[in-house]
Ligand binder design. Structure first.
Ligand code: MD6
Ligand code: FE
Length: 213
């Protein structure tokens, strides 16, 4: 008799110019990724940051790597130090950097060496309103996004807010790479539905790798 597969088979889907969805690409590394995530969070705890407009974000965030994305009343930017502790952000684990490099290469972006990984934590009800990622210096570098835990509805639009976004369900282990002509596409995450993931519990994590500096 054939043994059950431990993970769904990875598959690749080009969603448009510069956008690639790598289903289950991160699943085989899930235990290492979560172990490293727990270490990062013990040094740089999740926090709900404030937007420049004074709203508290429903998504909790932390970072690793040389540069961490932050927001407060003074604006959005990258910082070398965690404002909550005054310490440098924890270093990027090798398994994170390798995953991002390999995923970017699958999408046609060779030599991706991220210096920043923003870690988002969604509890049921949390959401991220549509935005562009434009605090990085070099838009020729792609972004690699890794989803862990509960599935989320990802809204992926165009270069302005006017385009109707396409709706993608991102599941545990899925990786999205985007760059080139899609680098400044608007995108957001709908309110997370409640559920339970066997490894992660009632949460979704998203790791977003960028070359910020
Ligand atoms: C998230 N992701 O999936 C939020 N940005 O939780 C992002 O904002 C994002 O997934 C740029 C590129 C890929 C992303
Ligand atoms: Fe984003």
């Amino acid at each position: 008799m054939q043994r059950a597969l431990a993970f769904s088979m990875p598959s690749e889907e080009r969603l448009g110019d510069g956008v690639m969805l790598l289903r289950h690409f991160a699943t085989a590394r899930q235990s290492q990724l979560i172990a490293e995530l727990d270490l990062i969070v013990s040094a740089a705890p999740f926090r709900n940051m404030e937007t420049p407009g004074g709203f508290r974000m429903s998504v909790a965030m932390t970072n690793c790597g040389a540069a961490g994305w932050v927001t407060d009343r003074r604006g959005y930017r990258y910082e070398a130090h965690d404002p909550a502790t005054g310490l440098p952000w924890p270093p990027m684990p090798a398994v994170f950097a390798a995953l991002a490099l390999e995923a970017a290469a699958r999408a046609g972006f060779d030599g991706f060496t991220p210096d920043s990984c923003l870690i988002n934590r969604y509890a049921p009800g949390a959401s991220l309103s549509p935005h562009q990622d434009r605090n990085e210096r070099d838009f020729s570098q792609p972004i690699v996004s890794v989803s862990l835990g509960l599935p989320a509805l990802f809204l992926f639009g165009g270069p302005t807010r006017a385009e109707r976004p396409r709706r993608l369900t991102l599941e545990h282990g899925d990786v999205v790479v985007w760059g080139g002509p899609a680098r400044l596409a608007f995108h957001g995450v709908a309110k997370l539905a409640d559920g339970a993931h066997t490894l992660v519990g009632r949460l979704r994590y998203n790791l977003t790798f960028r070359k910020a500096l």
